[in-house]
Design a protein around this ligand. Structure first.
Ligand SMILES: C[S@@+](CC[C@H](N)C(=O)[O-])C[C@H]1O[C@@H](n2cnc3c(N)ncnc32)[C@H](O)[C@@H]1O
Length: 222
C-alpha cells in the first residue's frame, strides 16, 4: 500500500467513525427530495436485474440507505464500508441486510462475482491518483455484462473540511471533472451507458455545484 493510500484510508475512516450516527440521522430520507438521483438508481436496478449475473456491492455504503433503497427495488444488494462505526449503524438500521468492512481500493471479493457495483458519493474522498485502482477493482469484481453506477461531485477542486455533520474532523473532498472520470472509466475497460450531470438542487446550493451520475458496463466477453 502506498503512503498516499494509507493516509487517505486512515483519515477517511477516522472522520466517518466520528460522524456515523449523525450522518445516518441527517441523510436517511435524502432520496425523497431527489427524483433524478432516484431515477438513476432505478435505471441501474433495472439493468442489473435484467442482466441477472449476481449480487450488487454498494461500495462506501455509509449507513446503508442506498443499499436499502436498491433492496426495495428488488436488487440483491449488500454494503461495504471503510468505517466500522458506519457498518455498525448500517447493520442496526437495516438488520435484514448484509454489511461488511472493506476498502474499494482492494476488495475481498472474487473476480467476476458481481452483477453490479455502485459507488454513490464514496469516491469523493479518494485522491485522484487512486481512482484508477478503484475502477480496476470495480472492473475485476464485476461479471462480464455487469453494471457500475457512480455518483460524484462535478468540478475540479479539493476542499479540506474541518467540520461536518455537527462534528470537528479532518476530511478531504474532491470535485472531479466528468470528462476526466469518463476517461479513467474507459481506461479501466468500461463502456459508458449514460452520463447525467444535473444542476445543484436547493439543498446543494451554493457550495456543492453540479452532481454527476455515470452508468457504465463491463463489456460482455471481457
Ligand atoms: C459521503 S459518504 C457516502 C455514503 C453513502 N454512499 C451515501 O450516499 O450516503 C462516503 C462513504 O464512503 C466511505 N468510503 C470512503 N472511502 C472508502 C473506501 N476506500 N472503501 C470503502 N468505503 C469508503 C466512507 O467511510 C463513507 O461512509
Amino acid at each position: 500500500m502506498t503512503e498516499t493510500e494509507a493516509t487517505y484510508l486512515h483519515a477517511t475512516r477516522t472522520a466517518y467513525e466520528i460522524v456515523a450516527v449523525d450522518y445516518e440521522r441527517l441523510l436517511r430520507d435524502e432520496l425523497n427530495a431527489k427524483p433524478l438521483n432516484r431515477a438513476m438508481l432505478t435505471a441501474f436496478s433495472d439493468f442489473v436485474q435484467a442482466q441477472g449475473t449476481g449480487p450488487v456491492a454498494d461500495l462506501g455504503c455509509g449507513p446503508g440507505h442506498i443499499t436499502a433503497h436498491l433492496h426495495s427495488l428488488g436488487v440483491d444488494a449488500f454494503g461495504i464500508d471503510l468505517s466500522p462505526e458506519m457498518i455498525a449503524v448500517a447493520r442496526r438500521t437495516h438488520p435484514g441486510l448484509r454489511f461488511e468492512e472493506g476498502s474499494m481500493t482492494g476488495l475481498d471479493l472474487k473476480d467476476g462475482s458481481l452483477g453490479g457495483v455502485i459507488a454513490w458519493y464514496s469516491t469523493v474522498h479518494t485522491p485522484p491518483e487512486l481512482l484508477p485502482t478503484v475502477f480496476a477493482e470495480c472492473h475485476r469484481v464485476l461479471a462480464p455484462g455487469g453494471h457500475l453506477l457512480l455518483a460524484f461531485k462535478a468540478g475540479d477542486r479539493l476542499r479540506h473540511l474541518d467540520q461536518a455533520y455537527g462534528h470537528e474532523l479532518s476530511l478531504d473532498v474532491y470535485w472531479m471533472s466528468p470528462d476526466h472520470v469518463a476517461g479513467l472509466m474507459g481506461e479501466a475497460g468500461f463502456g459508458m451507458t449514460a452520463r447525467m450531470v444535473r444542476e445543484p438542487d436547493e439543498s446543494e446550493k451554493p457550495r456543492q455545484g453540479r452532481q454527476a451520475f455515470f452508468l457504465a458496463r463491463k463489456p460482455e466477453g471481457s
